[in-house]
Design a binder for this molecule. Sequence first.
Ligand code: UDP
Ligand code: MG
Length: 325
Amino acid sequence: MKPPHRPPEDRSCVDPMISVVMPAYNEAASLPGTLEAVGPALARLSPRWEIVVVDDGSRDATRRLMACPRSGVRYLRLSRNFGKEAALTAGLARARGDVVVLMDADGQHPVELLPTLLQHWRDGADNVCAVREHRDDESWLKRLGTGAFYRLVNAGASVHITADAGDFRLLDRRVVDALNALPERNRFMKGLYAWVGFETLAVPYTPLPRQGGRSSFSMLRLARLALTGITAFSNLPLRLWSALGGLVALGALGYALWLVIEHLIEGHPVPGWTTLACGLMFFSGAQLLSIGVLGEYVGRIFDEVKQRPVYLIGEEIDGGEPAGT
Ligand code: UDP
Ligand code: MG
């Protein structure tokens, strides 16, 4: 392992180079406004900064908007839509900052929080995550699903994933290097931030409304992401099915014993088919379900062994140093 590039006590007196990584998918309506707000906010914090916009294969005007270089902004276009996790991975690999802030392109992450995040870094934190204060803006179904997800993933995971901490966070270069070194293809970033560890701190914030456009995460897409998270960070579903299998086998053994005894004592003729039919249906259902759970894990092993890259870059435009430096 490389030694840390800078002792933590140096942080209070340096102006770190700050990179903002901003994944954008069909964000033509909000990206320009977000860049207008983030650029000056970064300039107030440090003379050295950059914004890495990762266009995740947008099909709207995002590409046209970004075609002319803007100072301080690097534009990276993926060859197609790979998903937010892949876009973040691409941005983290390209970011050159001593600290890297991950922010959405839709303006939901308040720039007013940037000085607080940086101050915590100066005080020694390496992994400062912004945690939503509440989810009042979301439907009850989404809140219920999110709550169940965090309970399930944390019940079986070896690391604790902070509930309601999204991708809005500040990472020290050491954390970024550690994330970049992780070889896995199924990248559930919220789990990976927790897995790499380092000095972690949570800061509460209230997300703002979207500047324009609409969310790309439907309930189905969120469910898929949750499944990625659970299979990547928890063996609990597998263990639950083993436990259920054991319990059912024990029950069946007891029932068989009872039948033999009943037959010997009372000399009953063979009992009815209802028990048989119900048992058959129950056990075949349980078996199919457990094969499905296994399949989820096997599918992800398949993804890993194929060793395809997490993303492909289609185009890159570097707007150069920020104006005024
Ligand atoms: N995003 C992306 N690729 C996708 C979907 C979303 O890069 O396939 C980006 C999107 O442009 C935004 C961020 O991820 O900057 C969060 O997405 P969104 O606002 O749709 O999610 P929500 O805030 O509703 O959770
Ligand atoms: Mg959003």
